[in-house]
Design a protein around this ligand. Sequence first.
Ligand code: ATP
Ligand code: MG
Length: 561
Amino acid sequence: MENTDTDKRPLDFIRQIITDDLNSGKHKQSITRFPPEPNGFLHIGHAKSICLNFGVAGEFNGICHLRFDDTNPSKEDVTYVESIQKDVKWLGFDWGEQIFFASDYFDKLYDFAVQLIESGHAFVCQLTPEQMREYRGTLTEPGKESPYRNRSVQENLALFQRMKNGDFPEGSHVLRAKIDMGSPNLNMRDPVIYRILKAHHHRTGDKWQIYPMYDYTHCLSDMLEGITHSLCTLEFQDHRPLYDWVLDTLKTPCHPKQIEFARLNLTYTVMSKRKLLQMVEGNYVDGWDDPRMLTISGLRRRGYTPASIRNFCKTIGIGKSDSRISMGVLENEIRNDLNVKAERRMCVLDPVKVIIDNFPDDRIEEVTGKNHPQDPDRGERSLPFTKELFIERDDFMEDPPKKYHRLGPGREVRLRYGYLIQYASHVKDEQTGEILEIHCTYDPESKGGTAPDGRKVKGTIHWVSAVKGVPVTVNMYDRLFKVEDPEEDKDIDFLEQLNPQSRIVLTQAIAEPALVLLQPGESVQFERQGYFCLDPVQPKKDNKFVFNRTVTLRDSWEKTS
Ligand code: ATP
Ligand code: MG
């Protein structure tokens, strides 16, 4: 079997193992799975796992299952099931008919537990949670065997049945695997495999009063689906002996291979769903799809494209040691993608008025601008040029240094696609020092931005007609946390590390009229400012279009200072 990926890099260790297993005939086809727990929205870390599991299926002509690991009804919900499906699809992957729920296996899992009891490999334990902890031992001390460990098979079967029937309160009884309390691996010290939970399940309703634990459920679900390679993150390495123990002890017909890889961590963010939920519930952000969140839905709303996320996952690769990837790597991918895809437009974020004294009062002159400077096929749009315009406040200085090539006393500057304008005077609020308006004259012979006499004008700035421009709201997003690793200092609550400047809402911004033609979610480059998208969820608020900044520009199209 060949790797059909056009990428010429050597295979990562997982793809190598799969290649070997296919070449040796161990498996005819690879079957992988992406197994989210529906207890939150997917984040960029999940994207790494999705791109790996579905990617492998695509490259090796294999199959990838989507399986909901829904064994903890107290934290799970159908809205999460739905959002997960939407996000996986949006990322560009398709599970076809292969959608599964661990809860569909509850009957089988129960039968397997009965088998374990019958073969003397599981027992019902009545230690309290505190006693359980005490008996468990530590990394340096072995655990102690539960006094309930040697109950008869009959007694265990009867008690397990009664647990199932709901005869006992939560926390009073558990079913434990009988393995080894002296094992150096804590996961092997008679782990709990079933607990009583009187919770309504979003799929099985009130049928079950007991629910299987993750480690027990996962290996059996993999086995039942005939998974060949069960790919998970490194923290499950210590669980692998238990994964294998369950399958070996039950002598199951197939035995998937668990392989661990490094999870994704990114700078300036947290990844765990529990923490993301805390931010959502505490209203630190505006929901799971807040554009500052590194959830798939947040990234989508921020203007990230599926291709940019897939490329990011390809760039970082699959390895065996945990690391923290710089946010710059992710930003680079969206820049590369939008540089090609996004049309260029002009939008003034922090406007100051320019009045062109020698321009006719009511004239609206159409000038044209390229939609994409490197791609003439993308065509042009027209821009209304009028006597009163807006430019960025910081494109004017009263007392500019020599190297400042924008507007100031005595300076001439090019208005992108418009005319050359020459400073005349400016008006300022003497109290506050705020510049109120700048008067200029234009060179009527310089349409399009070139001087008829060939004189050099270095600076080029963007502008929008004051009468024809469209007021817009712009959300300027920045990193969500102030520090690279918000979880590093265990004495500081990660919520205290939130960046108070992570969103600045600009309410005075004004955009060229062509921007009203965008579709919700569509991306543009605001020239010299960055990439933005029309908010896909709420494109208009208070009758104004809302734009989200996706990412800043690395370079502006022309050096202006
Ligand atoms: P979290 O800790 O964020 O809640 P999780 O591991 O509990 O994540 P699951 O829904 O159980 O979330 O994860 C589904 C799959 O995604 C698992 O196989 C898991 O290993 C993988 N995954 C989760 N987080 C990451 C990550 N940061 N990098 C790579 N894979 C991840
Ligand atoms: Mg988990």
